[in-house]
Ligand binder design. Structure first.
Ligand SMILES: [Zn+2]
Length: 477
C-alpha cells in the first residue's frame, strides 16, 4: 500500500465519539465533586462546626488543637494539651470566670459555646489542612481574648463568698466587662465529676446569674424614677415631702423600711435613705409615659445584645396603669424584673454622662501564629438621660454612699456613687442589691451586686465595697 489512509468503519467512528462524550462527562462530574469539597470545607464550615446536632464533631475536634481563652491581662483560662491521639481541654484557673468561660463537654456553654467556631476553626482551613497532610504540622484554632480580668473576677467571687448571687463590673466608658462572678461553684476543670450534682441541684449552679438571673430591682429602680422626675418635674430639687413611715397612695399602702418615718425629705434626702413614700408619691405624680421613657432610656425592658446571651429585663407601665401599679413600679416593686448585667449597664450610663454603652466581654480573636483576626469595639446603645441629669443623679448616688443606706460600699479615699435595693421575694427572704460606680469624679468601674435571700441589712453594699476597695488598691486610684 502506498498511502496511509485510515479508513474508519462507521461503527469505529461512533465508538470514538462515545469515548469523547464519556471523557467530558467524567471531567464535569469530577469538577462538580471538587467544587462541592471546596464548598463544604470553606463555606459550610461555620454551620458544620457550630451545629450542636453534629455528633461527629467530637471526632473532628481532635484533629485541631482548640484555641485558648485568655483574660485581659494574658492569663490563660482555657487551653488544649496533647493527650493520647488528640487533645484534652484544661482550665488552669478552675472556677475563675467559670460561667463566662463555660465548658466544652456535656454540651457547651459560655465562650466555649458562643465562640466554638473561632476556637475550633483553622485559618485558611482548606490550605492549612493540605499543608498539614504534607508536613504533619499541628492545626491550631484561634484564641479568644476577653475584656474581663481573672484576678478582679476572683476578688468579686471572694467578696460574694458563700452567698447565692452575682456580681458584674463594667468599664462605664466602653461597656467592657471587667469582672463577673456567679455563685454555685461551677468549675469547668472538674465538670466531669461535678456534673451529676450540678445538673440536679435546685440552686441552678449552672445558671449565669449575672446575665440570666431576673430579679425585682427593688429600690435600685429609684434611679430610674429619679431620672424621670429630674427630667419632667419643675423644681424637683426643692420639692419636699413629709414621710410618716407609711402612706396610702393610689389605693396602695406604701411602707418605708422598718416603717421608719423619714420626716420632711427632699429628693436628695429621700434617695439617700431610700424613702419609699417619697418616691411612690413622685411616681404617682408623673405620667406613665415619663417613667416608661426613662426606663427604656436605661435599657430596662430592652435587649442589651450581650454576646454570651442574656435574660431580657421586663418593664411595663401602660398609660392605663392603675394608681397602685404606678406607685409600686416607681419603687421597684411592680412587675419590673432586671438582671445584674442590666442594672450595671444603667449605673454605667449615669457614670458615662447618660450615654449607654453596649456590654461586651470579648476584646478580640487572635490568630494562633500572632496577629488579630477580629477586634471588637465599644458600641453605643443610646442616651438614657441628658449629661445634666446624669450629673444630678451622680450627686444623689454619692449622697447615698456618703450618708445613706449605701454607707457599707464606701472606700477610704475614693468617692463612691451608689444605690441600694431590697427586693421583696415571694419565695423567701428578700434579695439585696447594690448598683454604683467609682471613683465618682472619674468613673473607672460600674458595678451591680445582687444577693439572694440576704440577711436583713446592707449585704450587697458591703460586698460591693469590698470589691471596689480591691479595685482601688490594685489600680492605685
Ligand atoms: Zn420614708
Amino acid at each position: 500500500m502506498t498511502g496511509k489512509i485510515r479508513i474508519e468503519s462507521p461503527s469505529q467512528a461512533k465508538l470514538n465519539r462515545n469515548i469523547r462524550r464519556m471523557f467530558w462527562l467524567v471531567a464535569a462530574l469530577l469538577t462538580l465533586l471538587a467544587l462541592n469539597v471546596l464548598k463544604i470545607s470553606v463555606f459550610d464550615a461555620y454551620s458544620f462546626i457550630t451545629n450542636p446536632y453534629n455528633s461527629r464533631m467530637a471526632l473532628a475536634d481532635n484533629s485541631v488543637r482548640r484555641g485558648r481563652i485568655i483574660d485581659a491581662g494574658g492569663t490563660v483560662l482555657a487551653e488544649s494539651a496533647p493527650a493520647g491521639d488528640g487533645y484534652e481541654r484544661r482550665y488552669p484557673r478552675g472556677s475563675t470566670l467559670a460561667h463566662a468561660v463555660g465548658y466544652s463537654s456535656f454540651g457547651r456553654a459560655g465562650i466555649e459555646s458562643v465562640y466554638n467556631f473561632e476556637l475550633q476553626s483553622v485559618n485558611m482551613e482548606f490550605w492549612s489542612r493540605l499543608a498539614q497532610i504534607a508536613t504533619g504540622a499541628e492545626l491550631l484554632g484561634n484564641d479568644v481574648v476577653l475584656t474581663a480580668d481573672a484576678d478582679f473576677s476572683d476578688a468579686a467571687a471572694k467578696a460574694l463568698g458563700a452567698n447565692k448571687g452575682a456580681v458584674v463590673a463594667l468599664d462605664p466608658s466602653t461597656g467592657a466587662v471587667l469582672a463577673m462572678a456567679s455563685s454555685g461553684g461551677l468549675n469547668p476543670a472538674t465538670i466531669a465529676e461535678d456534673w451529676p450534682e450540678l445538673s440536679a441541684s435546685a440552686d441552678s449552679p449552672l445558671l449565669n446569674r449575672a446575665t440570666r438571673g431576673l430579679y425585682a430591682p427593688g429600690s435600685t429602680f429609684k434611679l430610674v424614677t429619679a431620672a424621670a422626675a429630674i427630667e419632667n418635674i419643675e423644681g424637683w430639687d426643692t420639692l419636699s415631702f413629709v414621710c410618716e413611715g407609711e402612706a396610702l397612695l393610689g389605693g396602695s399602702r406604701i411602707i418605708c423600711y422598718d416603717k421608719t418615718a423619714h420626716g420632711a425629705v427632699t429628693m436628695a434626702d429621700a434617695f439617700a435613705v431610700s424613702c419609699n413614700t417619697y418616691f411612690a408619691s413622685v411616681g404617682h405624680q408623673m405620667a406613665p409615659e415619663s417613667v416608661r421613657r426613662a426606663a427604656a432610656g436605661f435599657m430596662i425592658g430592652r435587649p442589651l445584645g450581650f454576646a454570651l446571651g442574656e435574660s431580657v429585663s421586663r418593664f411595663t407601665l401602660p398609660d392605663a396603669a392603675s394608681d397602685s401599679e404606678r406607685t409600686e413600679t416607681a419603687i421597684g416593686q411592680g412587675k419590673t424584673l432586671a438582671t445584674p448585667l442590666g442594672m450595671a449597664v444603667a449605673a454605667a450610663a449615669v457614670a458615662n454622662g447618660g450615654v449607654v454603652m453596649k456590654p461586651y466581654i470579648t476584646d478580640r480573636i487572635d490568630l494562633p501564629g500572632g496577629g488579630v483576626k477580629v477586634k471588637f469595639y465599644p458600641e453605643t446603645l443610646g442616651q438614657a438621660v441628658s449629661p445634666g441629669t446624669a450629673e444630678s443623679l451622680k450627686a444623689l448616688m454619692v449622697g447615698c454612699v456618703e450618708n445613706g443606706t449605701g454607707a457599707a460600699a464606701a472606700v477610704p479615699g475614693v468617692s463612691v456613687a451608689g444605690k441600694t435595693g431590697t427586693a421583696q421575694n415571694a419565695s423567701g427572704r428578700d434579695h439585696s442589691w447594690f448598683i454604683g460606680f467609682a471613683p465618682a469624679d472619674e468613673p473607672k468601674t460600674a458595678i451591680a451586686v445582687v444577693i439572694e435571700n440576704a440577711e436583713p441589712g446592707a449585704r450587697a453594699a458591703a460586698v460591693a465595697g469590698e470589691i471596689l476597695r480591691w479595685r482601688a488598691e490594685r489600680s492605685g486610684d
